[in-house]
Design a protein around this ligand. Structure first.
Ligand code: NAP
Length: 308
């Protein structure tokens, strides 16, 4: 029987681990098959306080994991495939095989990239379609690329891809970007970046690998084909909450509802990071709420320990 199990290994989960470990709660952190969350697929993180010259996302996560380990966090590599939060102790099933019982749970499963939803997008994923410039940009030396989206992610991907590509076109469904001013300015200054406004991707073209995209101007209604060797989709994220459907209260978009800090509708179950935050979605806010969840768990255990 554990005091606390943390599900997820992004900034929220690892910060919760650092705090619960230092509170002598001997946390178990179930980290998935790929540790580190979304920051492992980003490049330079320039807005995480404490790193005046910036830090690479994967390096930041490696250090956070080492910090959590230093205070005695136990890590389990694998995916939680089922949860029973209806009775105490809570039961978590890992990879469909073994179960873990715990007094409290911190859900920090984060969010995942949203696909456009095209048939050929799924078929050509890994063959020119990607959601991760850091992972795949290297394969597109001297090629022309398309980035879909108008937020910070899209511009960050586009900027990074210009290290390899000859030209990167950002296609956005409106004529105004959602991205922050600093990211916009940087992209506008980059000579390799072009913008295709008021347009969406209707289809991705190519038999074995991406050769182009069919795009539609939503103002004029006209469609045209453009050639490119890769399509990077950066149109936002959705929370990874399918596992908790029907047990934990969520909003209409699937984000876990929290109140009084990180409490969910189930006493003893807490949620931190992007899984419960559709507004801020920053590494530093995720880490902050991971800290809050750890303190909430500590207080919960202090007040309810005699009942268990
Ligand atoms: P986002 O801010 O939600 O932007 C998503 C973009 O994709 C929007 O421009 C949206 O268009 C477009 N879009 C959504 N659905 C679409 C669809 N079906 N077809 C075509 N376009 C679609 O998501 P994000 O860029 O991933 O950023 C998420 C959060 O992380 C934000 O808070 C952002 O500031 C943060 N972030 C920060 C950094 C940084 O500071 N370095 C880097 C990356 C992300 P509309 O604009 O028309 O809605």
């Amino acid at each position: 029987m554990r005091n606390v199990v943390i599900i997820g290994s992004g900034p929220a989960g690892l910060t919760a681990a650092i705090y619960t470990a230092r509170a002598n709660l001997s946390p178990l952190l179930i980290e998935g098959w790929q540790s580190g969350g979304q920051l492992t697929t980003t490049t330079e993180v320039e807005n995480y306080p404490g790193f005046a010259r910036g830090i690479m996302g994967p390096e930041l996560m490696k250090d956070m994991r080492a910090q959590a380990g230093r205070f005695g966090t136990e890590f389990l590599t694998g995916d939680v495939t089922a949860v029973n939060l209806a009775q105490l102790p809570f039961t978590l099933t890992v990879d469909g095989e073994h179960t873990v019982q715990t007094r409290t749970v911190i859900i920090a499963t984060g969010a995942s990239a949203i696909p456009i939803g095209l048939k050929n997008e799924a078929r050509l994923t890994g063959h020119g379609v990607s959601t991760c410039a850091t992972c795949d940009g290297f394969f597109f030396k001297e090629k022309e690329l398309l980035v879909v989206g108008g937020g910070d992610s899209a511009l960050e991907e586009a900027n990074f891809l210009t290290k390899f590509a000859t030209k990167v076109s950002v296609i956005h469904r409106r004529d105004k970007l959602r991205a922050s001013k600093i990211m916009q300015d940087r992209a506008m200054r980059n000579e390799k970046i072009a913008f295709i406004w008021n347009s969406i991707v209707e289809d991705i073209l190519g038999t074995d690998v991406v050769t182009g995209a069919r795009i539609k101007n939503v103002v004029t209604g006209t469609s045209s084909d453009i050639s490119c060797s890769g399509v990077f989709v950066a149109i936002g994220h959705r929370p990874n909450t399918a596992l908790f459907t029907g047990q934990v209260d969520m909003d209409e978009k699937g984000y876990i509802r929290t109140h009084h800090g990180t409490a969910t509708n189930i006493p003893g179950v807490f949620a931190a990071g992007d899984v419960q935050d559709s507004t801020y979605r920053q590494a530093v806010t995720a880490a902050g709420s991971g800290c809050m969840a750890a303190i909430d768990v500590e207080r919960f255990l202090e007040t309810t320990a005699h009942n268990l």
